[in-house]
Structures are given as C-alpha cells and as structure tokens.
Design a binder for this molecule. Structure first.
Ligand SMILES: O=C1O[C@H](COP(=O)(O)O)[C@@H](O)[C@H](O)[C@H]1O
Length: 271
C-alpha cells in the first residue's frame, strides 16, 4: 500500500532536497531499488568503476535487498565497488562490524565487490590501511584532492552523527596528508573505536542519500532538511547541492510543512 509518495524539490539554501516517504520496509526497498536503477543506468554509460559508499547500523538489510533486486543487466559487478563510510573497530565476524553485516547478506561470490577495511591492532593503522585501499579504487580526478564517490548512502543517529562523525567531535585526527579516512577512539555510541571517511569526502560525493527510519530520527530529519549545520548529519551537503532523503512515516514527521509541500506538488528537478 502506498500511503504517501515522495515529494520533490524543496530548495533550502540552494540545496535541492528530494524526500521519499515509504509506508513500510517493502516500499522503502522499492524506492531504493528505483533510485539505484536510475543511478546505475546513468553511471554504466560512463567509464570506470562505480563507487558506492554505505553506512552500517540499520542500513545493511534494506540496502542489500534493494541492490540485489535491481535488474541483473544493470549489475555489472566487475565495475561496482562498495565502500564502508565508517567501520567499528572490531573483527569482521563481530556482530558490530558494518562490513560483516553486509557480507552476511551478500552471496559469497559477490564479497569481492566490498572494499575491505583491514582491521589492525591499532585503529590508526586500520585507518591508514583503509585509506590506501580507497586510493586504489578512488583515484581523485586531480592530484591532491578528495575522492569523488558516485553515491553515498548515509545513516544518522538520533544525536546527529553520520558515518562516525559525532557532534562536537568533527575535528578528527589527521592520519595522512589528505585525510580521506580518520579515527575516533571515544565514540559516544559503542564501540568507542571506529574509522570513518571525513566530511570533505562526503561533501565531494556526486550523490548523497540518507536512509532514516523511526520516530527517534525525526529531529535529525528536521535539522538536515533545514540545513541546521550544528550537527554533522546536516553538514553532509554534497557539492552538487542535491540531497535525497529516504524516510518512513515516523522519521518524515520531522519534515516541516510536509502536508502543504505534498499538496503543492512542486515540479521534479533534474537528475
Ligand atoms: O554506529 C553507526 O550508526 C549510524 C546510525 O545507525 P542506525 O542504526 O541508527 O541506522 C550508522 O549510519 C553508522 O554507519 C554506524 O557505524
């Protein structure tokens, strides 16, 4: 049942925010599948690797279902690479591992699609090794700059963190000259040690989509929608000024003037 469709095109400080609201998980997966289908169709016509960054937490299940149900002709696994936007510093077979959660949901023959986060004893070494792995696949278009992910799927906590960038802890330790990956050792959300891509990598992405469900994400949704830069999730505004929010009904309660926006039916914007 489709209780409400997405409405599109709210423009706040030049950011075009497309909001897709789903009635249940099945509809959320269908909306994600449509989005992936549209993006993959376009990206496959371009050259090179298609880079998709994903979050952990509640995201692996819906993202995996959506991607694995995209039409097979669009799933050119030789060209698709999936990256963790953050990883908890635990072994891959630990229940808290973000990558581990995806690997359980994907068939063994597709595990090579995921770029490993090599877990070392020290979290700083893990971050360095992961940054080296990112550089193998995400050559920046110009030297001395940040990678340009094709699509980032971000989650956010009720406190406003995204990836593992937490409020008040945005000044992450500089690991390398360019600092694509950094560490946090006192995360307010367990486990305390994590690696994360840095905010400039998020801002440099071609497409950024949040997947946010549940009533406890309402305030974060409001902050993102209003561009309230006090929390990291709301700072994650890509350079192309296009943001997509995939929400359920509970999280969508945070979208201001939702009813009136829906009835106005603003015209769709370009993709
Ligand atoms: O710890 C994390 O939390 C966020 C949000 O998780 P959720 O369960 O509330 O969806 C997640 O995006 C991040 O990747 C993860 O490491």
């Amino acid at each position: 049942m489709c209780l409400s469709n997405g409405y599109e095109g709210d423009v706040i400080d030049n950011m075009k925010t497309e909001v897709k609201v789903s009635a249940d998980e099945e509809e959320l997966v269908a909306q994600l599948r449509n989005y992936l289908t549209e993006k993959l169709t376009y990206l496959l016509e371009q050259n090179g690797t298609i880079s998709i960054g994903v979050s952990g937490g509640s995201m692996p299940k819906v993202f995996s279902e959506a991607l694995l149900s995209v039409a097979p002709e669009l799933l050119n696994w030789k060209r698709i690479r999936i990256f963790m936007v953050d990883e908890r510093h635990v072994p891959r077979d630990h229940e808290d591992s973000n990558l581990g959660a995806y690997l359980q949901l994907f068939p063994q023959e597709l595990h090579h699609v995921f770029i490993p986060v090599p877990i070392s004893k020290q979290v700083v070494h893990t971050a360095q090794a992961y940054e080296i792995n990112l550089r193998k696949y995400l050559l920046p278009e110009q030297l001395n700059t940040y990678p340009r992910f094709d699509i980032l799927f971000l989650g956010a906590g009720p406190d406003g963190h995204t990836a593992s960038i937490f409020p008040g802890k945005e000044q992450l330790e500089k690991i390398t000259d360019l600092n694509w990956v950094s560490v946090i050792t006192d995360s307010p959300k367990p486990p305390p040690s994590r690696v994360t891509i840095t905010m400039p990598c998020i801002l440099n992405a071609k497409n950024v989509a949040f997947i946010l469900t549940g009533a406890n994400k309402r305030d974060v949704v409001r902050a993102i929608h209003e561009g309230d830069k006090s929390i990291p999730a709301a700072q994650a505004r890509p350079m192309n000024n296009k943001l997509t929010l995939f929400l359920d009904e509970h999280a969508a309660a945070g979208v201001p003037n939702r009813e009136s926006s829906e009835s106005e039916s603003p015209p769709p914007f370009d993709t």
